[in-house]
Design a binder for this molecule. Structure first.
Ligand code: ATP
Ligand code: MG
Length: 354
């Protein structure tokens, strides 16, 4: 749970301090006041990077040298200082060298309207999301992915030579199988876990009848070394001809389905929004099962696009989360404000209005 957040020179915040409570925290403000920036700062504290920037220096307030993001998550103090040459990570005021020592102390699940692009995006983006979610939980997954990246690079370099050394190719293929297996097993497990709750979440927040599920388009029928070896063997001729690796975990994808139909081609905007929100709620259960702690749910600008019935359903559902931060322009008219905390943001300044 996030107890407090302090920002200095982050985006449009010069200096701000907020204290959050368990349950529903509403962050209100007009357009361009700093609502998304605030959620972005929490994503930094979770993943050490932004969900909308590659260049961290853009997050430093214009004209300033560094930005400071600090929070108390449960009993731990987390801090990130962004400066022109990189960033410093601190846990309980002690600098840590590796991001792996920092990531995982605060777990957040974020929904932003930009996420809706995920359905139409190239498979690479869905794999990125998959990797990001599993990496938060599993260190071995990340290690295997890194090995695979290097192995694939070596294999593709070899395939580009005039007559590739087949003995070396055999060695690389053997290693590829070895490291692909845990990745496939984790991906499979992840999708199975998500499907345990996805459909119920979808029904609860949408009131729609369709069956919601995610399908894992795995590169092999059976997740074992012999099947992986077979896959590479069958593809070898084509790989040598095209000078690249055509099959494997780097080509996998996931498909969101409603009643057995791919969401990209058949779902309405509202249905897409609902299945993606249901997926984020299913992620909360997954994180809780794997870590024993519920992640903090961050919902950016989700209400404005929903009809009143779906707004009510979603708000009722998120009442059961341990902590949820949700941004909006105004408090929805039918919301019982007795049990929520509200904050108003104006021009990078905060005021608690309870
Ligand atoms: N590095 C920076 N320095 C100063 N200001 C910045 C910086 N980066 C972004 N901003 C400003 O922060 C402002 C608020 O951005 P933010 O995306 O948080 O708005 P918002 O409240 O979420 O608005 P909306 O409701 O339109 O989504 C923008 O107007 C932007 O110009
Ligand atoms: Mg915004």
């Amino acid at each position: 749970m996030i107890r407090d957040l302090s920002l200095r020179n982050f985006r449009n915040y010069e200096s701000a301090h907020l204290e959050f409570r368990p349950g529903l925290n509403m962050i209100l403000g007009e357009n361009a006041q700093g609502k998304t920036n605030l959620l972005e700062s929490l994503v930094y504290l979770s993943l050490t990077r932004s969900f909308r920037l590659n260049d961290d220096t853009k997050a430093i307030r214009e004209g300033q040298e560094f930005a400071d993001i600090r929070c108390t998550a449960d009993q731990q103090k987390l801090e990130i200082i962004l400066h022109k040459k990189g960033k410093t990570l601190l846990v309980n005021k002690v600098p840590v060298k590796r991001s792996s020592e920092f990531i995982g102390k605060l777990n957040v699940v974020l929904f932003t309207p930009d996420d809706l692009g995920i359905f139409a995006d190239a498979p690479r983006e869905r794999r990125k999301m998959l990797n990001q979610e599993i990496t938060k939980i599993s260190g071995t997954y990340l290690a295997a992915l890194n090995h695979l990246q290097n192995l694939l690079k070596d294999r593709n370099t070899l395939l580009k030579t005039v007559s590739p050394d087949l003995i070396y190719l055999d060695t690389l293929d053997q290693k590829l199988c070895e490291y692909s297996l845990p990745v496939i097993q984790e991906r499979k497990k992840f999708i199975e876990q998500i499907n345990l709750t996805l459909n119920d979440e979808f029904h609860e927040i949408s009131g729609m009848e369709e069956k919601a599920e995610v399908i894992y388009n795995c590169c092999v029928d059976e997740a074992d070394i012999p099947h992986l070896a077979e896959m590479l063997k069958n593809s070898r001729e084509r790989d040598i001809e095209s000078r690249m690796t055509n099959t494997g975990i780097h080509r996998e994808d996931i498909t969101f389905m409603l009643d057995g139909k791919n969401v990209i081609y058949h779902a309405s905007q509202g249905q897409k929004r609902m299945i993606l929100l249901a997926f984020k709620l299913a992620l909360l259960s997954y994180v809780e099962k794997e870590t024993g702690h519920q992640a903090v749910l961050l919902l950016d600008d989700v209400l404005s696009e929903l009809d009143p019935q779906r707004q009510r359903r979603l708000l009722k559902r998120i009442e059961r989360t341990e902590q949820c931060l949700i941004t909006a322009a105004e408090i929805p008219p039918h919301l019982d404000t007795g049990r929520i905390s509200t904050y108003r943001i104006h021009d990078g300044k905060t005021e608690v209005s309870v």
